[in-house]
Design a protein around this ligand. Sequence first.
Ligand code: ADP
Length: 477
Amino acid sequence: MFRDAATQYQQDERTLQAFTSLLTLVEALASITDQAENITRSETESVPVPPITLATAGQSFAEITNRALNCTYVAVFALDPPDERQRLLGIDGLSAQEIKQLQSDTDQTPLANYVDAEALAQLHSNQIVTLDLKERPFVTTRSTHGARYRLVAPLMLHGCLIGLFTVAKTDDMYPDVQSAYSPAEIALTKGIARLAAQVIEKVSLLQEKAEAQANEQRLQESTRRYEDFLSTASHELRTPLTTIKGNVQLAQRRVLALEKQADQNSLPIDKLQRIEYPLKETLLNFDRLERMIRELLDFSRIQADKFVMQERPCNLVEIVRRAVDEVRQTTSTYGRTIFLSLQAEEVVPIIADADRISEVLSNYLSNAHKYSPVERPIMVSLTVEGLLARVAVRDKGPGISPADQKQIWERFYRAPGIETREQSSANSNLGLGLYICKEIIELHQGCVGVESVPGHGATFWFSLGLANSACEQESAQ
Ligand code: ADP
């Protein structure tokens, strides 16, 4: 009777200790969660916080559980695909030498090499398994690591077995496996396993997040370096090019002057013309190069959030007229008819960066010229409807498929199968022109678009609010 009371007392003591430990565990869980949140906070506060890894979380659980249960050792394993290979996450209760041995026994060994099919099925259905290794040894290993009994609790996540919790005991104090683990200890181990699974999930997610953040930072850094390079390279290229272009223009003017005096000075006009032609070609290519450099420079500004418009009140009629005249006068559009249809109003007031708006129009025009046969005229129109002004450039080229109509506004996109008329025109082919146009117009709170039926040409347009109105009104119509 007295002995029974003593045993009962011991059991109550262990139960109490177990539940106290469960509380400690819940606290520990909260601290792990805090640490996890610190990882995120530390990014902004730049406070160095030691990273929690699966190994540190697993080790904490093994230690806490070992403190709670009167056992030889506690080990926590993750089970990795494809065949539930064991990976030791944490262990408490064994010497360094013994841990090494256990690790080399279990590491990368499928769970099926350890427990039999019945135990496997139980673990998969989220049940605790108790083993007496004398009567039911491991499947392929005889190593017991000095403890005969095992309580194996599954770590389940979203219905899948992701790991194990093993609580090992010797047979010194317990005659059989049933008496080795009290119901309270089994309940406690189950509870710990449930908590551990959640922590492991959280820590895994955090690790993934931390890796993603590190990758993102690396990417941002390399993008920044790339943009710096692009911007410096564009500037560096521009300066010598401007000088070379100036010299070629000077040479061209001198040749033209000599041609004019050829008769008086009996100079060979055919030879002079032979000099003039490559100079003309060189200048065309300079224009092309300049445009490419300008696009690259604008692109790097957009990427670096440094693409700024100099907006002031201006007249869209004048901008359109001037841009069309300039394109008409460039040698590269030689032989092309460009019709211009303007509103009756002489003034269409907008608040804008006139140079940038003009750049959009000349880009549309140079594309129309680049992609449509030279004998087909290009139509430019400026219309005003309500509080919106709309500029459109219509060509009779190959047109653009509905799928490509969406993508051509993306950087570097070039519609497959659409060929330029000639390579030597003063155009770039970087697939950046429309991207930059869209950016410019959207920075003016305007809209861009294209209408096209493949085979029947394309109409590229942009719309801008008349001083102080916004383009949403167009979408609302
Ligand atoms: P790119 O420098 O290649 O012309 P853009 O951004 O100006 O770059 O144009 C993107 C793509 O849109 C072009 O490569 C071409 O496939 C298509 N595109 C642009 N304008 C026209 C047009 N007027 N007709 C047919 N396709 C066009």
